[in-house]
Design a protein around this ligand. Structure first.
Ligand SMILES: *Cc1c(COP(=O)(O)O)cnc(C)c1O
Length: 471
C-alpha cells in the first residue's frame, strides 16, 4: 500500500515512512492511494473476531512494511481487557429502541483518543527500535490529547514527550491525570498563556528546521494517519455489535472537532462497511455543521471560537477535513489546492454550494450534521440519566442531540461516546446536581505529587528546556 498527499506531491510513501511524520512535504495530508475493499465474505469472517484480531486484519490492509507476526503482536499487546476494561474493548449499549452508545472511553485517560494513541505508542516504540532512532514528541494540549499521548508513551524506549498546556486552564482532573505521571520520559510544561500560545510555540519550534533535526522533534497530532487508521477498527466493531448480519445498514453519530474521528468512519464506509449515514455533531463551534448545511467552509478567527462546555470540540478549523474534501472533489489535487491553499489562504473560506460535488457529500458519502448549545447538552445529560439511568459527558451529549434529529426507522443509530462524564464533572454537576462516579484507579489523584515546570510563552525557553533534557 502506498500513500499520497492530498495536494498532489509526486512522492509515494509506505506506512512506516509516514508513521513518524506530520504533514506531507507540500503541506497536504497523507491518504492511501486506494481504499481496500471488504466484501461480505470478509465481513462474515471478521464478525466473530476478538477486537485485537479485527484490528490486525484491518491494519494489515494498509501496512505492508511490518511483518505480519510483529503487527499481530502489537495489536494483541495494545487492545487488552486490562487496558480498556472489557473483553469487547468497545462495548455497545442500547439506550432505547435502535439508539446505541458505543463506549470508546474506557482506556487509561477516559477519552476515545486512547483507542488510537495506545496503538501509536506501541508502533512508535517498535519502529524506533528497528531504526535505532529516538524521537522527541512536542505537543500542545488543552486536555484530552496531551494526557492520551503521555499515557501511551510513558516508559516507552526511544521516546520522550514534551507536552505544553496553558497554565491553570485545564480541569483539575485533567491536570492531575497528566501532572501526576512520574515517568522520566514525560515532561509537562505549563505555559503562562492560553492554548493558542502553546500551539504557536509548537509551530515555532517545528519551523526551526535545524533545531527540529538536531533534536529529532516529532508530533502526535490528529492528522497522523496511523491514529486515523486505528479509529477505523471501532466502526467495524460497532457495526458487528449493532447487527445480526452483514446486509443491514447502520448509522453513526460522531461528536466532532478536528474531523479525525468521523473521517475514520468515512474510510470504513469507503471500504464497504454498510454505513448509511455519518452524522457530524458539533457544538457552538459549528464550522463543520455550516459546511454540511450550506457548502460553505468558513474558518473561524480566534475571537469567534467559543469556549464551550464540550471543550475538546472547540476548534476554529477542522484539521482532517481536507482528507474528506479530497475524496469529495474526486481526488483532484489541483482543485483541492485551489480550495485549501488559494481560497482559504486569501479569504479564510471556500464555497462549494454551487458545485455539483457538494450534493455528493450527502447523497454519495452519507454525511449529515447537527449542532448543539450548552442548554442542549444539559437537557440531554438530564434526559439520558432520567430515562435510561445512564450518565453521559457533554461531548457525547452533543452527539446524542444530533443523532436524535437524524433517526431512520429500522436503521440502528450508534452514537460514539467520546469521554466519560468524570472528565467533565463540572457540567455534569450543573445538569444533575451530583458528581459522576469516578473509576477506582483515579480516586484521590488530585492529591498526588505533581511533576510539571512553568515556562513563559516563549519558544526559545521551550527549546532550551528540550535541549537540556535530551541527553
Ligand atoms: C478529541 C475529542 C473530540 C473530537 O474528535 P475529533 O477527532 O477531533 O473530531 C470529541 N470529544 C472528545 C471527548 C475528544 O477528546
Amino acid at each position: 500500500m502506498n500513500y499520497l498527499s492530498t495536494r498532489g506531491h509526486a512522492d509515494r510513501k509506505r506506512f512506516c515512512e509516514i508513521l513518524l511524520e506530520g504533514l506531507a512535504p507540500d503541506g497536504g495530508l497523507y491518504l492511501p492511494e486506494t481504499y481496500p475493499q471488504v466484501d461480505t465474505a470478509t465481513l462474515a469472517k471478521w464478525r466473530t473476531l476478538p477486537y485485537a484480531e479485527l484490528a490486525f486484519e484491518i491494519l494489515s490492509l494498509y501496512i505492508d512494511d511490518i511483518p505480519a507476526a510483529d503487527l499481530k503482536a502489537i495489536c494483541a499487546k495494545t487492545y487488552t481487557a486490562e487496558v480498556f476494561g472489557t473483553d469487547e474493548i468497545v462495548p455497545l449499549r442500547e439506550l432505547e429502541d435502535g439508539v446505541y452508545l458505543e463506549a470508546l472511553s474506557n482506556g487509561p485517560t477516559l477519552a476515545f483518543k486512547d483507542m488510537a494513541m495506545q496503538l501509536l505508542g506501541n508502533l512508535f516504540e517498535y519502529e524506533l527500535a528497528r531504526r535505532g532512532a529516538e524521537l522527541n514528541i512536542l505537543g500542545a494540549t488543552s486536555g484530552d490529547t496531551g494526557s492520551a499521548a503521555e499515557y501511551a508513551m510513558r516508559g516507552k524506549k526511544g521516546v520522550r514527550v514534551f507536552m505544553t498546556s496553558p497554565d491553570g486552564r485545564m480541569s483539575p482532573f485533567q491536570q492531575a491525570q497528566m501532572f501526576s505521571l512520574q515517568d522520566a520520559n514525560i515532561h509537562n510544561i505549563a505555559i503562562t498563556g492560553v492554548f493558542d500560545d502553546c500551539q504557536d510555540i509548537v509551530k515555532a519550534v517545528s519551523n526551526d528546521l535545524a533545531f527540529k533535526r538536531k533534536y529529532r522533534i516529532g508530533t502526535v497530532n490528529s492528522i497522523n494517519w496511523a491514529r486515523l487508521l486505528a479509529q477505523v477498527v471501532y466502526y467495524f466493531a460497532g457495526y458487528f455489535q449493532a447487527t445480526a448480519s452483514n446486509d443491514k445498514p447502520v448509522s453513526f453519530t460522531v461528536p466532532s472537532g478536528n474531523f479525525g474521528n468521523v473521517c475514520a468512519g468515512h474510510v470504513a464506509r469507503m471500504m464497504g462497511l454498510p454505513i448509511q449515514t455519518l452524522v457530524v455533531a458539533t457544538n457552538e463551534n459549528d464550522v463543520l455543521d455550516e459546511f454540511f448545511r450550506t457548502g460553505v467552509y468558513r474558518v473561524r478567527a480566534a475571537v469567534d471560537t467559543h469556549e464551550t462546555s464540550s471543550p475538546s470540540m472547540d476548534i476554529s478549523k477542522a484539521s482532517n477535513f481536507e482528507r474528506f474534501v479530497f475524496d469529495l472533489v474526486g481526488r483532484d489535487a489541483a482543485r483541492l489546492r485551489q480550495l485549501f491553499v488559494d481560497d482559504l489562504g486569501l479569504t479564510g473560506s471556500f464555497d462549494l454550494s454551487a458545485d455539483p460535488a457538494f450534493r455528493q457529500a450527502a447523497e454519495r458519502f452519507g454525511f449529515r450534521s447537527g449542532r448543539s448549545t450548552h442548554a442542549d447538552r444539559l437537557a440531554m445529560i438530564r434526559d439520558t440519566e432520567k430515562r435510561f439511568a445512564t450518565l453521559i459527558d457533554p461531548h457525547t451529549a452533543d452527539g446524542l442531540k444530533a443523532a436524535r434529529e437524524q433517526l431512520t426507522p429500522g436503521v440502528p443509530m450508534v452514537v460514539l461516546e467520546t469521554a466519560l462524564p468524570i472528565k467533565f464533572a463540572a457540567t455534569v454537576v450543573e445538569a444533575l446536581g451530583e458528581e459522576p462516579a469516578r473509576p477506582k484507579k483515579f480516586e484521590g489523584i488530585e492529591a498526588l505529587p505533581k511533576r510539571v515546570v512553568q515556562l513563559p510563552a516563549d519558544a526559545e525557553a521551550v527549546k532550551a528546556y528540550i535541549a537540556q533534557h535530551c541527553d
